[in-house]
Design a protein around this ligand. Structure first.
Ligand code: KDG
Ligand code: MG
Length: 410
């Protein structure tokens, strides 16, 4: 089967999404997600200007060869733009291969290893009362594992706190850190206040909800190794499922220090994009969960290699699943997660109603478990007329400044 056409579709129903649609001479189509939050148009250009011309006329079935060609022939390797573009091609070709085989994609990846995928949702609140309401609401929605993010006294706005953490009638939640506008929004940060406050929040949550509910927390890259070690240790009594992104982790070695001081499980990698970012932390068993998404880590072909490597060290998947991973990227994660043995947990933030009109999806969320569904291929189709109603709008993620004006990791 020959690739006849490849279109890059940008749409902004509830937020910006970049999707690659590959069409073959036999009329089969495949979709791939190439959304890079706040830098979307750079991936559009990478695909349109440099990758699409290389695809036309190629063998749609040669997934591994196409991956290797795109990775190696560019000479310039790795990086989020390159790897998101390669990911989109890879996932679109897997979608086509599964459609050609008349199978849901997970069957081609080895078949289902479980009935469904344990998902965690995002509860948050500026106050304990609001946080407790949000946790209860997530439980009512069916979530069996919950991420807890809390306001910190003295800080005006902070990552992960929805202005309204409740669910709308359609089951969607209003939280989108990337804000539309000409310039990024500034937030404030104080590590000392955060480190003092967060253990009190988890103590209160455990007292209210008991010992069994799996709880997660995201430190969002803001701590130094010794601060991360202190946080992990102070949270040990509250038995977290994981503590995420405690340090920026570009310095993989830094996690040795964190690991020496705490047994709280660590999850890292949503901004990583190749197996090389994991080389040391997997080999030295410095983490417990791989946070990469299919969308930002070179697609199913590459992320599967990362997860197979992690499996040798009993490290599991915890694939990134915020709203900036499109329904196409989410479906790819679900097929991969269903098939691999070392699945851990799947992050799940529901998309908005307009997004769900643009991307028709077959995946389900029942009793706390996600399932990709049994439609052939990925199980997601893009309604191009709907997509055309929502042109790209400039949007940026926020950034942090300390009280004295210093820029801090967001
Ligand atoms: O684009 C950035 C978001 O995806 C990120 O801030 C979300 O940290 C995140 C998470 O754990 O979902
Ligand atoms: Mg995160």
């Amino acid at each position: 089967m020959i690739i006849e056409q490849a279109d890059v579709i940008v749409t902004s129903p509830d937020r910006n999404f970049v999707t690659l649609k590959v069409t073959t001479d036999e009329g089969l189509t495949g979709l791939g997600d190439a959304t890079l939050n706040g830098r979307e148009l750079s991936v559009v250009s990478y695909l349109r200007d440099h990758v699409v011309p290389l695809l036309i006329g190629g063998d749609a079935g040669a997934i591994e060869d196409t991956w290797q060609f795109l990775y190696r022939s560019a000479y310039w390797r790795r990086g989020p733009v390159t790897m998101a573009a390669i990911a989109a091609v890879d996932v679109a070709l897997w979608d086509i291969k599964a459609k050609a085989a008349s199978m849901p994609l997970y069957e081609l990846l080895g078949g289902a290893s479980r009935r469904g995928l344990l998902a965690y949702g995002h509860a948050s609140g500026g106050t304990l009362e609001a946080l407790f309401d949000s946790i209860r609401e997530h439980q009512e929605q069916g979530f069996k594992a919950i991420r807890v993010q809390s306001g910190v006294p003295g800080l005006k706005s902070i990552y992960g706190i929805a202005s309204d953490a409740t669910y709308s009638e359609g089951g969607t939640q209003e939280y989108e850190p990337a804000q539309r506008g000409a310039l990024p929004h500034e937030e404030d940060w104080d590590t000392g206040s955060y480190l003092r406050h967060i253990p009190t929040v988890f103590e209160a949550v455990r007292n209210e909800f008991g010992p069994e509910l799996p709880l997660l927390h995201d430190a969002h890259h803001r701590l130094s190794p010794i601060q991360a070690a202190r946080l992990g240790r102070s949270l040990e009594p509250y038995d977290l499922f994981w503590l995420e992104d405690v340090t920026p982790a570009e310095n993989q070695e830094a996690l040795r220090l964190v690991r020496r001081h705490t047994t709280t499980p660590l999850a890292i990698g949503e901004i990583f994009n190749t197996v090389w970012d994991y080389q040391q932390i997997v080999r030295e068993q410095l983490i417990d969960y791989v946070r990469s998404s299919v969308t930002h880590t070179g697609g199913i072909s590459h992320l599967k290699k990362v997860l197979d490597y992690a499996a040798q060290y009993q490290i599991k998947s915890g694939m990134h699943g915020p709203t900036d991973v499109s329904p196409v990227g989410m479906a790819a994660a679900l097929h991969l997660g269903l098939a691999i043995h070392n699945f851990g947990i799947q992050e799940y933030m529901q998309h908005g109603a307009r997004t769900n009109e643009v991307f028709k999806q077959s995946f389900t969320f029942t009793d706390g478990l996600l399932h990709p569904g049994n439609a052939v291929g990925l199980g997601v189709e893009l309604d191009t007329d709907e997509a055309g109603k929502y042109p790209y709008e400039r949007a940026y993620l926020p950034y942090n400044r300390l009280a004295d004006g210093t820029v801090h990791d967001w």
